[in-house]
Write a protein that binds this ligand. Structure first.
Ligand SMILES: NC(=O)c1ccc[n+]([C@@H]2O[C@H](COP(=O)([O-])OP(=O)(O)OC[C@H]3O[C@@H](n4cnc5c(N)ncnc54)[C@H](OP(=O)(O)O)[C@@H]3O)[C@@H](O)[C@H]2O)c1
Length: 172
């Protein structure tokens, strides 16, 4: 996109079956992933759907030290501490002109933004859980750039095994 100085990334955590949410919340607790999300997104713009914004406990929103942008079709919607936008492409253009942007969910907004994303940072959580929201399908055209740990899994202090994969668009 002309004028972009930043990179657009999507960041999410998914279960073995690709579940990312259930009942408006995360179906697991992995504090290391929460810390990773904070480190990755601090100083950038985080863009999220209205449902994800509302899933954040009020005391945790807006996410600190980040520009928070909330996408909704509701012209009257207010999200104190965040910028409310109604047009995804226009919002991405504006935010990317200022720097890096991370789409932080949820399922609808990941799907809508995937076509423009240059990188994906995916935490695999080794659990099987019921849910109503799934990660977007990552088709061909993405290459694995990094994986942490390089082989196998880390174990969360809260129990589940997890690993973090970074994918980038393949050249060409
Ligand atoms: N595991 C993870 O990494 C992760 C990350 C984030 C969220 N989540 C989970 O995901 C779930 C929420 O995801 P979700 O798919 O239900 O909702 P969502 O993507 O967070 O938000 C959906 C809302 O965004 C607005 N929207 C979506 N596309 C739009 C567009 N093109 N233009 C304008 N507005 C648009 C609409 O708001 P209005 O209805 O107001 O118009 C829509 O109802 C929760 O369970 C949450 O915990 C998981």
């Amino acid at each position: 996109m002309g004028g972009a100085v930043g990179v657009l990334g999507l960041v999410w955590a998914q279960s073995t079956d690709g579940v990312i949410g259930g009942g408006g919340t995360l179906p697991w607790r992995v504090p290391e992933d929460t810390a990773h999300f904070k480190a990755l997104t601090t100083g950038t713009t985080v863009l999220m759907g209205r449902a994800t914004w509302e899933s954040l406990p009020p005391r945790f929103r807006p996410l600190p030290d980040r520009r928070n942008v909330v996408l909704t079709r509701d012209r009257a919607y207010r999200a104190p501490g965040a910028e409310v936008v109604h047009d995804l492409d226009a919002a991405l253009d504006a935010a990317l002109a200022a720097g890096d942007v991370w789409v932080a969910g949820g399922g609808q907004v990941y799907r809508a933004a995937l076509a423009r994303a240059q990188r994906l940072v995916v935490t695999d959580v080794d659990v099987r859980v019921p849910g109503d929201t799934t990660a977007p399908q990552v088709g061909p055209g993405w290459v694995l750039r990094a994986q942490e740990p390089a082989a196998g899994w880390a174990t969360s202090s809260a129990g589940p095994r997890f690993r973090i994969r970074t994918l980038e668009r393949a050249a060409g």
